[in-house]
Design a protein around this ligand. Structure first.
Ligand code: ATP
Ligand code: MG
Length: 569
């Protein structure tokens, strides 16, 4: 069996506003013409297709401008972070085709430096220790329309603050009793500038720093400083951080350290799925799916297991572009990219998902032959193979109808159709289960003159069916997937509902008795095929074994998404 054709490894970044800014900076020799970006995931979940957009943008810019992109784990919250997530994130970034080289960093490695920065701000009178509880702080913060109130602890002296902060670090105070806050402006129109918290007390073990710390820096206090420490030139993040940019700038300016620029772009939202890590975690912990790599998950691990290629995902990220406006991209677009890639790459085989036996009465019993089949017409190097043919075969149950409607061109009593790579067959009679009336066997005759699939007398048939020889076929399990949510945007939740109420009950259908051609006995876990007429399939990386294959349907051949959306399924 031929393996997959190679994918197109080249990135072809399309123009976008961030790329234009970077190109202009390089042209003007800003930052000595260097481009250093970073991808900063928090290790509190697996990466999803939204992260792929950010990865392609950050690593893509670094490649294009011969700079570099750091992988930085933004691990400032000990309660939600785990090594499993760190490992999966590295695996997924590599799988997508990107490499951070030696530039792997952890925000937790900067805890000492961040602590020094915090003391520096205290000494400058720019930070204070506050005894308000989180609830009180919320009351003091004000609203979008009303200014906040200053904390009664705001005017502590620098010495007092320094002493208290050191004692916070030493573990003298319980969780939630004190925070370190920046002293900015409680009447600022931007709520983020109203004396934001820099450090909170958490007597919790951290997945890397262990029990060294019981105070942990907040995201806003960590992010800009980490960018500064690493010499990032363009700090690219999603739009929700636009309102945090003044704070990002404030910290760096007050500290007087190297000051990268932050740029924001719109998050990717994709139809019929959710991308919030909180929601994805719920799907995993409450067992709506088998895990983070369930083939229905929008995670990179799920897509990999389903059989999506990194090339298709990168192509998708090119097509969607980078802008500032939020939008909901149709899942069909991602599937289009997957199909486009697999069409060129995946070898074609025959597999029958819902088998119906066909007996060719005039084909000699006990005899068989090998027929030539092309592995991939889109990729001639893939060559051809031999497939066995014999008197009894399986066809797709849906390819036969005893009493068909007008538009049905496939097999029906009295009609002739082509068996792909084999012969013309004509249906002569059927055998039914007397109890149910269900057709259990179709009897046909074949025309030996049509070997290879063409009639020398030029007569035509309207349908070509895939099939497998019953005596040679290999039994396989096939898992069919549909969109995980029935609602285009499951984040728009109606009153009294939860996003999980929109889960599609038919998102997974398991077929245990499929019949596939014998060459698939060698299918290696992770290998992809086009089952002629039925879609693209991937041997499951966890459950498929040589000789006992399990296939995931990656995507159908045609776009039936549109039909699905119209509720016509
Ligand atoms: P969530 O809000 O679901 O928890 P997050 O943004 O907090 O996600 P991070 O791990 O912090 O997740 O994300 C790492 C990087 O990936 C960030 O720079 C973030 O902006 C980017 N990112 C996350 N989700 C998306 C998305 N849907 N589209 C584009 N970029 C994203
Ligand atoms: Mg985040």
């Amino acid at each position: 069996m031929k393996t997959e054709a190679p994918g197109n490894p080249t990135l072809n970044p399309p123009p976008n506003f961030i790329r234009a800014i970077v190109a202009e900076d390089v042209k003007n020799g800003k930052n000595d013409g260097k481009v250093i970006t970073r991808f900063p995931p928090e290790p509190n979940g697996y990466l999803h297709i939204g992260h792929a957009k950010s990865i392609c943008l950050n690593f893509g810019l670094a490649q294009e401008f011969k700079g570099r992109c750091n992988l930085r784990f933004d691990d400032t919250n000990p309660s939600k972070e785990e090594q499993e997530y760190v490992d999966s994130i590295m695996e997924d970034v590599r799988w997508l085709g990107f490499d951070w080289g030696e530039h792997l960093y952890y925000a937790s490695d900067y805890f000492d430096m961040l602590y020094e920065f915090a003391e520096d701000l205290i000494k400058k009178g720019r930070a204070f220790v506050c005894d308000l509880t989180f609830e009180q702080m919320r009351e003091y913060r004000g609203t979008l329309t009303e200014p906040g109130k200053e904390s009664p602890f705001r005017n502590r002296t620098a010495d007092e603050n320094l002493d208290l902060f050191r004692r916070m670090r030493a573990g003298e105070f319980p969780d939630g009793t004190k925070t370190l806050r920046a002293k900015i402006d409680m009447s600022s129109g931007n709520v983020n500038m109203r004396d934001p918290v820099m450090y909170r007390i958490k007597h919790e073990e951290h997945h890397r720093s262990g029990n060294k710390w019981c105070i942990y820096p907040m995201y806003d206090f960590t992010h800009g400083e980490s960018d500064s420490i690493e010499g990032i030139t363009h700090s690219i993040c999603t739009m929700e951080y636009e309102d945090h940019r003044p704070l990002y700038d404030w910290y760096l300016d007050e500290l007087g350290i190297y000051h990268p620029r932050q740029y924001e772009f719109a998050r990717l939202n994709i139809s019929h799925t959710v991308l919030s890590k909180r929601r994805l975690l719920k799907l995993v912990t409450e067992k709506y799916v088998s895990g983070w790599s369930d083939p229905r998950m929008p995670t990179l691990a799920g897509m990999r297991r389903r059989g999506y290629t990194p090339e298709a995902i990168r192509r998708f990220c090119e097509l969607i572009g980078v802008g500032k406006k939020d939008s909901l991209v149709d899942m069909g677009m991602l599937e289009f990219c997957v199909r486009e890639d697999l069409n060129k790459r995946a070898p074609r085989v025959m597999g029958v998902l819902r088998p119906l036996k066909v007996v060719i009465d005039n084909y000699p019993a006990g005899q068989g032959e090998l027929l030539d089949a092309i592995n991939n017409p889109e990729y001639p190097d893939a060559g051809s193979r031999k497939i066995p043919f014999s008197r009894e075969i399986y066809i797709e149950r849906e390819d036969f109808m005893e009493d068909p409607p007008k538009q049905f061109y496939r097999l029906t009593p009295g009609r002739e159709v082509r068996l792909r790579y084999a012969y013309f067959i004509k249906c002569e009679s059927v055998v039914k289960d007397p109890a149910t009336g269900e057709v259990t066997e179709v009897h046909c005759t074949y025309d030996p003159a049509t070997r290879g699939g063409d009639a020398p007398d030029g007569r035509k048939v309207k349908a070509t069916l895939h099939w497998v020889s019953a005596a040679h076929a290999l039994k396989a399990e096939v898992r069919l997937y549909e969109s995980f949510f029935t609602k285009a945007n499951p984040n728009e939740i109606e009153d009294g509902k939860e996003f999980t109420d929109y889960i599609n009950p038919e998102s997974l259908v398991v077929l245990k008795s499929c019949m596939v051609e014998p060459s698939l006995a060698e299918a290696q876990p992770g290998s992809r095929y086009q089952f002629e007429r039925m879609g693209y399939f991937c041997a499951d990386i966890a459950d498929s074994k040589p000789g006992a294959p399990v296939f995931n349907r990656i995507v159908t051949l045609k776009d039936d998404w549109v039909k699905f959306q119209k509720g016509g399924k």
